[in-house]
Each structure stands twice: as structure tokens, then as C-alpha cells.
Design a protein around this ligand. Sequence first.
Ligand code: AMP
Length: 356
Amino acid sequence: MSEPLAPGATIGIIGGGQLGRMLSVAAAQLGYRCHVYAPEDAPCAADVAARHVHADYTDEAALRDFARDVDVLTYEFENVPAGPLRAIAGEAPLHPNVDALELAQDRLSEKDYVVGHGGRPADYRAVSSLGELEQALKEIGAPAILKTRRFGYDGKGQVRIMSADGASAAWADIGEKPSVLESFVDFEKEFSILLVRGMSGETRIWDAPENRHEDGILAHSLAPGDGVIGIQKAAASDLARGIADALDYVGVLTCEFFASAAGPVFNEMAPRVHNSGHWTIEGAVTSQFENHIRAICGLPLGDTSLTADRVEMYNLIGTAADDWPQWLKKDRAHLHLYGKGEARPGRKMGHVTQLW
Ligand code: AMP
């Protein structure tokens, strides 16, 4: 293990959204400076960073210059192309490593990997033509969900197939892209495992939150998840830990699950801090953001236990953020606004954490 990075060092964050913003705030608390690399004109993470490098994720020369200027690199967005990151590997350490990033970019490799480590996703088939989709639908049965292998997020890149004759419409809707067909899971609740793994291999796991989605977007997380989540979180945590160890992962890893009658069904992983962990800022002794920074800087990890009996996180999506003044009137409610401009429908503008 390399020497810990002393406070005063510079962290390079690739991606400029709210996750980068909250990572940068956590880093500043520990005395680090952050540089943000993002293609947008005014990414919200840049408001709280020492420097914004405005360039495309595929611009290898710009990425190389960015990396030379920092002591460690991380990312807050999993669709950063892996090729340029591999090409600049010698310039600065990257955590989580590029193998983990690449794995999480492809739903098919991700599911195959999870199966290889004893996990159970929904029944799935790789699909790269209408013929394959028709065959897969015969094998899996309807209802089923067709998801693009790459670049899906917040329910985008997904089409539900409700009956056996729905293949050709779904294939057109998905844009004829390489995809995965998965069976529809009859689940009781959804939850996530938020894990952080340090450079020494030490792991810590927060209480598993229950996650509720609206229109495919996370709306609400509650921690600790109770009932079936309390029962299934140990098996899900073991799987997440096994995956993190196998990848020699450093940083926060999020794995999403469906709690079904047959046990935890793996949905997907994110090689980064995650919206379902925002409650940890006030609801846990050490937040996901601080522990990610600690991990990538080689510091000891912090306590992940709850600071309240119960914690709830509400996402402020689109114009819901206009109600911000009402949250300030509530006791033990913590308002976070991301400083984004226009409140477009579906855009995550902020969140609130309520402690109980
Ligand atoms: P994803 O982007 O894969 O996380 O999907 C977004 C949301 O769609 C999930 O959080 C679930 O609420 C729902 N969903 C996705 N896949 C399935 C599935 N195989 N069965 C049932 N619901 C699903």
C-alpha cells in the first residue's frame, strides 16, 4: 500500500455533477483541494472546486494534463470512456480502478461477473438482433425488461415488454442497440448496499437503505431498511464485499438489489458514491463522500453507523426544489441544493435528509 496522501494534496474528480460537488465539499473538510474535469460549461461541482478543466471525456491530451496536475484521480460518473483513462494510467493513481469502471459500464459483463461471484441477477439473455430478442423472450417469458448494455441510467435505455408479441416494437424503441433482456422481478422492496473499501482491503458497509423510485428515478431512501431488507442485507453485503475484494476496489461501491421472496436479486452496481447514500451526510457518522475521499487518499475509513434511529432522504427533482423554504422550517431536516440552473423535469436539483 502506498503512503497516505497528506492534507493539502489535490484530488482530480472526473465528472462535474452533484456527486462531484459533494465529494469536493467532503475533501475540503479534510484539507484537500479538488480539480474538476467536465465537458459542461458550468458544472455544479466546479462551484466548490479550486479548478475546472473544461474538456471532453475523450480528449486524451486534456485528460493527461489534468492528471499531471493532481495527486490522485477519481470519477463521479461511470460513462467516462475507459480507453483514455487506460492511456494516461502512469500520470496519477486512479481509484476505483479502470477494470471496475469498465465492468460497471456494461450490464452484460456486470451480470456475468456477479454470477461468477455467487450472486443472482434476474434471469437474463444477451440480445443483439431482433431474432435474438424473440428467442430470449420465448425463453424468459413476458413481462420482461429490455435494457441497453451501455449508457443506461435513471430508468433511461429501458423498455418494458408486456406480452410475447412485443419484441419488434421493443427492439425499435431501444434503438436496435446491444441489450440485455431480463425477467421482471416480483419484488417486495428495493435496497442498496453501500460499501467502502480502503487501500488496505478494509471494508465498511452502511445500513442498507430501502429505495423507492418514481418513473425509474430514485425518489426516496429510508435507512435502515426494515423487514425483508433486514433479513437479506447480510447475503447482499457478502456479495458486494466479494466483488469489491475481487476487483481490488478502492472507494465507495454501490450495489442495488430487489428483495424478492427467493432472496436478494442483484440489479446493478455503480462504481461510485450513489444517490441512495446521500442520507449518510447527516445520517451516518461518516458520509459516503468522506469515506470515498478517505479511501482514495489511503486514510483509515470512518465509522458508518447511524446518527439517528431513522433517516429519510427525499430527492428534489425538477420544480420540487422550488419548495426549498418549507424544508428549512422543519426540525432535523437538512436541505442540500446543487446550484444547478434550470429545473428541467427529471433533473436532480437537490435533496433533503430528515433525521428521526
Ligand atoms: P435500473 O436503471 O436498472 O436500476 O432500473 C430502474 C428501476 O426500474 C429499478 O429501480 C426498478 O424499480 C425497475 N426495474 C428495473 N429492472 C427491473 C426488473 N428486472 N424487474 C422489476 N423492476 C425492474
